[in-house]
Design a protein around this ligand. Sequence first.
Ligand code: AMP
Ligand code: MG
Length: 329
Amino acid sequence: MEPPFTPADLAEIVRAVAALRAGALVGLPTETVYGLAADASNAEAVRRVFAAKGRPADHPLIVHLADPASLDAWAAEVPHAARALAEAYWPGPLTLVVRRASHVLDEVTGGLDTVALRVPAHPVALAVLRAFGGGLAAPSANRFGRVSPTTAQAVHDEMGEAVALVLDGGPCDVGVESTIVDMTVDPPVVLRPGGVSAEEIARTVGAALGEQSDTRAPGTLAAHYAPAVEVVVVTAQDAASSATARIALGQRVGLLAPGVIPGLPAGIEILDAAGDAQGYARVLYERFREAERQGLDVLLCVPPEAAGVGAAVIDRLRRAAFGSATERE
Ligand code: AMP
Ligand code: MG
């Protein structure tokens, strides 16, 4: 569904809001990936999210809000830079970590005294949030450690009966998770690269960003976002020889690359990465799923340029490669 909403679309949205009010889970399209949404003020509903995902309870969730003005209702204090970022990028693929307001549930924050907040840019998510009138805790709608869904079908495949319903907002426009910035430190630190680049954030804040310390953001495991296919990151120069060697070993090999690679062996399965970094991000998780469906042994991935959302794609490729390598040891 997309605006202008038909009466049938509106009926679906009303059904979703009623389900959320009743403490059920809803598959929610956002511009980044599909979320598994629950009433962020209902501890039991939030616990259901963890059960459905099979996610450890100490991993905090992002609370989705209807508008930037709601920031003050969920944060105990809003630093000047956080307000500037919210004004510049909300609605959009940027999550701000701030000190939490006292009403924010431990179930949502994993017991931390901070909370992650975002206003999504998808018209369906915004319609649901406005009608719902509160915050929605919505991690990606996949089983823990698996690839995030970027289509309604992928949510059905991942979550099955755990969701009351899935709103179909079409394929996600950004395709990878939001950028997370820790605003409780000065200068702010990017905890996870995403749809808004670190360069853009530094420009808006008007200062260089801090370095991420060794203590990672809770929940950002090195082996995250891994498909059930071995992912290997290769350079454009090495792609053809690596594919040839693996095919000679009898492996079923796929290739994901932002451009044309010369000299590829016969029998390689080419999955289209759609040109620039933005196109690559948009299709990345769907290509991972396609590689699984095709029963490939290995997916060779040539990363895009690191500028813009390219940094987020490179980050997810690295995690997928790490995850598939450790799983196979
Ligand atoms: P997602 O699966 O996209 O909802 O990702 C949620 C991620 O947001 C978590 O795994 C954390 O990395 C991050 N996050 C959420 N809340 C906080 C917080 N209070 N402090 C730091 N990181 C957070
Ligand atoms: Mg996730």
